[in-house]
Design a protein around this ligand. Structure first.
Ligand code: CAA
Length: 291
């Protein structure tokens, strides 16, 4: 995890070689400890944040604490200047088997409204840096919805996607009726949502839900490689490009084109645009400083 400047200064002053145990205890108290996720930096330059859902007994069912931890880790990576992209993955058996059915089974309508149930799930879609889902196994219900909040989905060849909520007496509640329809069109989305049937990774790719399919044991590595490629660009430019693409979901074509033009013009206010274009003319690699 990134160490903020203030913490770095405190750490330096806390370090005493004669009291290493005390220092380790101090440092451990600063690093976030998670119950249901693993967090690390991946890639040759350690510039890709990797979040692995780790609640194997429940096939990574998204209980409240798991979602809170994902949101927390995303926020930390978003602030970490050394990280240019984030990969979100699960296990070989399950990316996530949905919202935690046992946790929500007894919710009442008034509890849902008063507690704004699932409203806080949108941490992935509020992340500025690109988030890549590396999906193996089940991505069902809320699992499919979290994958769809990501900017790019890579899938292992055994991955299965579904919105099975209708089979347990409810409907998708974290974007499944909206993001899926935008991704695959009305007829396919209706078929998936109204039957609860699972679709294969190959079908998901054909439908435009998934960007690429890889052998199951390669998908995380490929997602990290993609993250490294994205991280090699200016983080400012990448954020502006991501924002512009996302705007296509929110506006009319003309409004989107106007927005894109303003963002394009805006890139010329960055030092990284000057560096990128000078490097091209000078036939060298650009050295982006995210400025
Ligand atoms: N919530 C809570 N627990 C879950 C879960 C979920 N969504 N999915 C799996 N689990 C638990 C099971 O209860 C089981 O726990 P126990 O061993 O304590 O009984 C454990 O994970 C292993 O699951 P199974 O024994 O069922 O494993 P399987 O290989 O036979 O089946 C499966 C796998 C097809 C994914 C099946 O577990 C399943 O159908 N899960 C539920 C999928 C689902 O309906 N998801 C949608 C949830 S609603 C939602 O997500 C709403 C929303 O929009 C946010």
């Amino acid at each position: 995890m990134a160490t903020p400047t203030v913490t770095r200064l405190v750490l330096r002053s806390a370090y005493n070689p004669r009291n290493l145990a005390g220092f380790i205890k101090f440092y451990s108290s600063q690093a976030p400890s998670y119950e249901f996720i693993k967090v690390e930096k991946a890639g040759e330059k350690k510039n890709v944040g990797l979040i692995t859902l780790n609640r194997p007994k429940a096939l990574n069912a998204l209980c409240d604490k798991l979602v809170t931890e994902i949101n927390d880790a995303l926020k930390s990576f978003d602030k970490d200047e050394t990280v240019g992209a984030i990969v979100l993955t699960g296990s070989e058996k399950a990316f996530a088997a949905g919202a935690d059915i046992k946790e929500m089974a007894n919710n009442t309508f008034s509890q849902n409204i008063q507690g704004q149930f699932l409203v806080g799930w949108d941490g992935v879609s509020r992340t500025t840096k690109p988030v890549i889902a590396a999906v193996n196994g089940y991505a069902l219900g809320g699992g499919c919805e979290v994958a769809m909040m990501c900017d790019i989905i890579y899938a292992g060849d055994k991955a299965r996607f579904a919105q099975p909520e209708v089979t347990i007496g409810t409907i998708p509640g974290a974007g499944g009726t909206q993001r899926l329809t935008r991704a695959v069109g009305k007829s396919k989305a209706m078929e998936i949502v109204l039957t609860g049937n699972q679709i294969t990774a190959e079908e998901a790719e054909k439908a435009g839900l998934v960007s690429k399919v890889f052998p199951a044991d390669k998908v995380v590595d490929e997602a990290i490689k993609l993250g490294e490629k994205i991280s090699s660009h200016s983080q400012l430019t990448v954020a502006m490009a991501k924002d512009a693409v996302n705007t296509a979901y929110e506006t009319t074509l003309q409004q989107g084109l106007n927005y894109e033009k303003k963002m394009f013009w805006g890139t010329f206010a960055t030092a990284d645009q000057k560096e990128g274009m000078s490097a091209f003319a000078e036939k060298r690699k650009p050295n982006f400083k995210n400025e």
